[in-house]
Design a protein around this ligand. Structure first.
Ligand SMILES: C[S@@+](CC[C@H](N)C(=O)[O-])C[C@H]1O[C@@H](n2cnc3c(N)ncnc32)[C@H](O)[C@@H]1O
Length: 278
């Protein structure tokens, strides 16, 4: 992975997410939507405002943004994976959202008009960019004076989530595909991500956090959900003949973490880093 050029890395992720696009965020388990809604709430878009959603996926942030700005506003949603762009465009058309455009492009250097947005949102995307320090000043440039930027990233894994990541690491073999859920060190701390935004020139940088409890009835529901997330990459890097064994071990981990309602809950800590264009 590290030997690949930034352009090659973007291309690899585009391919990975393109493969994933049909199943991405379609398992019915509340996850991406919860996280993206939290981001949109913190950016507080108002009716009539102009918003950009960078790395839009299947629209987890796009749709709440579209609702908040209303038909008097507009939303430009950008993604590098053609499948995401196609499927989200179809969903936008099906909902009759004429004020939303879904565009294909690389968020590292978005070809969107500068100083044209009140809000730039990006949920669970920054850590996929090979050079976030180059991308973030460009994202700020998209904003009008005083416009708000918000990015959602993961805080380090903990508890059962971390145990599952560690379990997959035992089976990891190099397929030439990116190891999807490992993240550069800068994402280990809130200060690291705040520093990225400050160095890019953002003002009033701050962090807010949300602990999300992702509920699962059983390991099969977890399996389907995991295949519709970037965790699919972990499955792809584990030998096929080991998949049953992995599933049995994950079932044990989930069983050990059941709530009073009998459902398992995977906890993940989301970091919202917020700032504005000075
Ligand atoms: C984890 S998903 C998040 C999608 C959506 N924001 C959500 O919250 O569900 C990451 C998304 O970023 C997109 N992506 C990755 N690298 C990108 C890049 N360089 N430019 C634009 N989109 C990118 C992927 O195609 C994928 O749709």
């Amino acid at each position: 992975m590290s030997a690949a050029t930034p352009q090659e890395q973007v291309h690899q992720w585009a391919g990975m997410f393109d493969t994933l696009s049909a199943s991405y965020d379609q398992s019915g388990v509340p996850f991406f939507t919860t996280i993206a809604q939290g981001l949109v709430e913190r950016l507080a878009p108002r009716p009539g405002e102009r918003a950009a959603d960078l790395g839009a996926g299947r629209g987890a942030a796009t749709f709440p943004l579209a609702e908040a700005v209303g038909p008097e506003g507009r939303v430009d949603a950008l993604d590098v994976a053609p499948g995401m762009v196609r499927l989200t465009s179809e969903a936008v058309a099906a909902r009759g959202l004429d004020h939303v455009r879904v565009l294909h492009g690389d968020a590292s250097d978005p070809s969107l008009p500068p100083a044209s947005y009140d809000v730039v949102a990006s949920s669970l995307v920054l850590f996929f960019l090979p050079q976030p320090e180059d991308a973030l000043p460009r994202w700020l440039d998209l904003l009008d004076e005083g416009g708000r930027l918000g990015v959602a990233t993961f805080r380090p894994w903990s508890g059962t989530w971390k145990a599952i990541e560690d379990l997959f690491a035992e089976y990891d073999h190099d397929t030439g595909r990116p190891a999807t859920t490992s993240m550069p060190d800068v994402y280990a701390t809130d200060e690291g991500v705040e520093g990225l935004l400050r160095d890019a020139g953002a003002a009033d940088v701050r962090t807010d956090a949300l602990r999300v409890a992702v509920p699962f009835d059983d390991v099969e529901q977890w399996r389907v959900w995991s295949l519709g997330t970037a965790m699919r990459g972990l499955w792809m890097r584990a030998p096929e003949e080991k998949h049953e064994e992995i599933l049995a071990r994950v079932a044990d981990l989930l069983d050990a973490d059941r709530g009073p309602d009998g459902r398992s809950r995977l906890h993940v800590d989301i970091r919202y880093t917020l700032g504005r264009r000075a």
